[in-house]
Design a protein around this ligand. Structure first.
Ligand code: FAD
Ligand code: MG
Length: 326
């Protein structure tokens, strides 16, 4: 091999080695389609590539346990059984938190709405407005009391009950991805699963800045928050919906009526964990601003920003601590 070529190769190897030790300032940024949504992970650190791979692998594993779209998942298995059965520790953890929020929200948050969700088909190609008698049948005998958890044993009190963890499991899965990133030594990362976010550490020595979308204007920012080591979760009526005769039908249901909840346009929660933020965003959306802010008082270090159906803005007392100038 001639000398200039050896020098070029050596320089290239040195450059590669340097690059591996000093990843691009922006770190690793990757997206994958999971849980019916785009999941993005941004991570900084020497092991960021492997860490992000491992975080995605964990999300894939958990989706297989928690999805009603996967026939052999814990959720599908329990739904198919008339009485219930054993679930994995992860699924038990999600159900335990879901049942806690169900109790504290007076049933506004409800893991037993699977049949109602199947009836409306809001996330399918051809959604329908069901008849009142079909809605009444889908709601019969369900509610938080219809599901019991004893360790890893789930008991169904109503044989046809279909579990739906759609209002909480995405958050739990994001939390687990963050755990994997931390276990790989990552100190700065952002994980976003379609509005369920966790912001780990800081970005360029400053808190992460997150813009919250206006529910009625895709290009407008409703608020900007600055957070470190916090979850920021938004539930809204503007992502998964259809309109008929000027009425918007979306995917967050009021368990009392079986209809899409009508009190809010969007709810953003800042919390310690994404699972908690996810469940609370859905619960507050159903409850509306007054009862929703009451619910948040039960959770320390948890804040909320609510856009009510009448366009009014409502904030929990500590929200302004996080809000930054746009
Ligand atoms: P959130 O407000 O957090 O949740 C709304 C969802 O919660 C509803 O869609 C419903 O599932 C449920 N819900 C409605 N009302 C209530 C209530 N009162 N109490 C409690 N829960 C309620 N989508 C696809 O299109 N294809 C998929 O293959 C797919 N797989 C998924 C797998 C997993 C493990 C998860 C967690 C979600 C998956 N999804 C999939 C998305 C899912 O169907 C929901 O659209 C999504 O979870 C809604 O999350 P959100 O943050 O937008 O809204
Ligand atoms: Mg939710």
């Amino acid at each position: 091999m001639n000398r200039p070529l050896i020098i070029i190769l050596l320089l290239a190897m040195l450059a590669l080695g340097w690059w591996r030790l000093h990843p691009a300032e922006d770190g690793v940024r990757r997206t994958r389609l999971l849980m019916g949504t785009v999941v993005e992970i941004v991570a900084q650190g020497a092991d960021a590539q492997d860490a992000v791979d491992a975080a995605f692998a964990e999300m894939v594993r958990l989706e297989k346990l928690l999805s009603r779209h996967v026939p052999e998942s814990d959720v599908s298995r329990i739904s198919a059984s008339e009485t219930g059965g054993e679930v994995t520790p992860e699924t038990a953890q999600v159900i335990a938190l879901g049942l806690e929020i169900a109790a504290k929200s007076g049933g506004a948050f409800d893991l037993t709405l699977g049949r109602l969700k199947s009836l409306w088909k809001i996330e399918d190609e051809a959604p329908t407005i069901p008849s009142q008698s079909d809605i009444t049948k889908a709601l019969a005998g369900i509610g938080p009391h219809a599901l019991q958890l004893d360790g890893q044993l789930v008991r169904k009190r109503q044989p046809q009950l279909l579990i739906d963890l759609g209002g909480i499991a995405k958050g739990f899965i994001v939390d687990r991805a963050v755990d994997v990133l931390k276990a790989h030594g990552i100190a700065s990362a952002a994980v976003n699963a379609g509005g369920d976010m966790y912001l780990l550490g800081s970005k360029a020595a400053r808190p992460w800045r997150i813009g919250i979308q206006h529910p009625r204007s895709a290009d407008a920012i409703l608020a900007t928050v600055e957070v470190s080591d916090r979850a920021v979760v938004t539930s809204g009526d503007y992502e998964r919906y259809f309109e008929r005769d000027g009425v918007r039908y979306h995917h967050i249901f009021d368990p009392k009526t079986g209809q899409p909840a009508r009190r809010c346009q969007s709810v953003t929660i800042i919390a310690d964990s994404v699972a908690l933020g996810d469940a609370l965003a859905t619960a507050v959306f159903v409850l509306g601003p007054q009862q929703g802010l009451e619910l948040l008082k039960q959770f320390p270090q948890t804040e909320g920003l609510i856009v009510a159906a009448d366009d009014t803005l409502h904030k929990s007392p500590g929200w302004d601590h996080y809000e930054a100038a746009p």
